[in-house]
Design a protein around this ligand. Structure first.
Ligand code: SME
Length: 165
């Protein structure tokens, strides 16, 4: 049982540390990749404030295809280089966007999104996909959120063999 309630009243950075502990608990106790990724997206959604979407896209035949997520139904496929997710893959770099409406080519899967952060999933030099988080408020993602979401992906990388997806 994943205890989200325990995080409720913690100071923000402790809450993010707890988020990593929950992920570690999940990944160290379950082998199934879909169970792990589904709960990974749910852990972020439950712990972080002001979110309307959190989830994964994975590379399939040269484009990004929707993976496990929390939130409203989303675009199934994203072309590399297009939108915030496509930019993260093309540039192999985190995209932390204060106002998505100012991002050229932003793909509005959910009209409620106003800011977004996308972490590319790169292991042994290969880009396997992205972790995409959307917020209904502007400027939600600071350096602190970026730091902990990078750690989140590093932990996923430690446990998950992306070639088995
Ligand atoms: N806004 C993203 C598309 C994915 S949805 O936010 C879930 C983008 O521009 O890449």
């Amino acid at each position: 049982m994943i205890n989200i309630e325990a995080a409720k009243n913690l100071p923000i950075e402790n809450r993010y540390k707890y988020m990593l502990l929950l992920l570690e608990g999940q990944l160290s106790s379950e082998k199934n990749i879909y169970a792990n990724l589904s709960n990974a997206s749910a852990i972020i959604y439950a712990i972080m404030d002001k979110l309307n979407w959190s989830g994964f896209y994975f590379m399939r035949e040269g484009e990004l295809v929707l993976g496990p997520f929390q939130g409203k139904p989303a675009c199934n496929r994203i072309t590399v280089g297009k939108g915030v997710c496509g930019a993260a893959v093309a540039e192999r770099a985190v995209q932390r966007i204060a106002n998505v409406h100012e991002f050229p080519g932003h793909i509005a899967c959910d009209g409620a999104s106003n800011s977004e952060i996308v972490i590319p999933i790169i292991k042994d030099g290969e880009v396997y996909g992205v972790l995409d988080i959307d917020s209904f408020e502007f400027n939600t993602f600071t350096e602190l959120e970026e730091e902990y979401l990078i750690k989140f992906v590093e932990k996923l990388n430690k446990y998950i063999d992306w070639t088995q997806l």
